[in-house]
Design a protein around this ligand. Structure first.
Ligand SMILES: *Cc1c(COP(=O)(O)O)cnc(C)c1O
Length: 305
């Protein structure tokens, strides 16, 4: 646990050479949002930023949101709420387990109160009736959508590219859950840039994870591609091949990744590069969206970092 504030100055832009890059004549740089804070890592800070401002302006006392037992968003919210003087309540998917995940234990350390919702209730968490019941139970609360999605989340994500000299890149690549981060990147992108998202969900198609209305200039939609072939069996699923790749990436470049999002992103970029997805001479910006705390759920020693 830490009272350390978020510090965008900690973010670095590191050159990265993946195995196929020399032959394919590609260059890449990694925007290391994972370095922004030990616990509010990466894109979650940007997505929460304007929700925190909204809570402050409306003089709310409590921040409420939703997530699974290993949610990066839940732990980021708990920490951000603590650092900004809010109480927080996390509604967690599923029954209360006998042993809480390390993620939830961290959230509790930051003062978050946890409430467990059976899956059939969790499914309906965005319905008006459920939200009304929350508002009447928690009168001073701001309710933040799962994953920090929604307009305020996109607004924050639009600021990610301001940490770089963005105009030099031909491609911007990120992992996609709700698509909020991708929408923010696309809104802030320049006309010559392609935005490639790697979906970590199984069974999504086309631009489906993304709420298309969040793209402010619809002309930009034509430059967005979401690729659906790298979920490794579904959300938070993994294979030995993925974990071995993450170890090899770390050994070669010193970049640590998580198995839910960024490991799949980097794997996909190398695989796509090998298939000549990126034209020769492309300069790729890879968004390292953080999430390293999620690796705690892996058996000790499986990752070499
Ligand atoms: C939440 C998360 C994402 C997904 O972001 P969306 O905006 O929901 O698409 C990507 N990477 C990491 C590390 C995350 O924690």
């Amino acid at each position: 646990m830490t009272d350390q504030p978020v510090n965008p100055d900690n973010v670095t832009i590191d050159p990265l050479i993946l195995p196929s890059f020399p032959e394919k004549k590609l260059k890449a740089e990694v925007l290391r949002l994972d370095k922004i804070h030990p616990e509010i890592s990466g894109n979650k800070w940007f997505k929460l930023k304007y929700y925190l401002a909204e809570g402050r302006n409306a003089r709310k006392k409590i921040l409420i949101s939703f997530g699974g037992p290993y949610s990066n968003h839940i732990v980021a919210l708990a920490c951000a709420a603590h650092n900004h003087g809010f109480a927080s309540v996390g509604f967690i998917r599923g029954e209360r387990p006998a042993i809480l995940s390390p993620t939830l234990l961290t959230a509790i350390k930051y003062g978050m109160e946890l409430e467990f919702l059976p899956r059939h209730i969790y499914q309906d968490k965005n319905k008006a009736e459920f939200l009304a019941s929350l508002h009447s139970k928690f009168r001073d609360a701001l309710i933040i959508p799962e994953g920090g999605s929604g307009d305020a989340g996109v607004h924050g994500a639009e600021e990610i590219l301001s940490l770089t000299d963005k105009s030099v890149f031909t491609h911007i690549c990120c992992a996609v859950g709700t698509g909020t981060t991708l929408a923010g990147l696309a809104n802030a992108s320049e006309p010559q840039q392609q935005i490639t998202g790697i979906s970590v969900l199984k069974g999504t198609r086309g631009l489906e994870p993304l709420d298309a209305c969040l793209i402010k200039d619809q002309k930009k939609s034509g430059r967005i591609r979401i690729i659906h072939d790298y979920h490794f069996g579904g959300y938070a699923r993994k294979t030995s091949e993925l974990l071995d790749f993450m170890n090899a990436l770390y050994a070669a470049s010193g970049v640590p990744t998580d198995f839910v999002y960024t490991g799949k992103l980097f794997y996909a970029i190398e695989d796509l590069a090998r298939q000549s997805y990126f034209p020769e001479g492309s300069r790729i910006l890879i968004i390292h969206s953080g999430g390293l705390q999620g690796n705690i759920s892996l058996p000790g020693g499986r990752l070499q970092f």
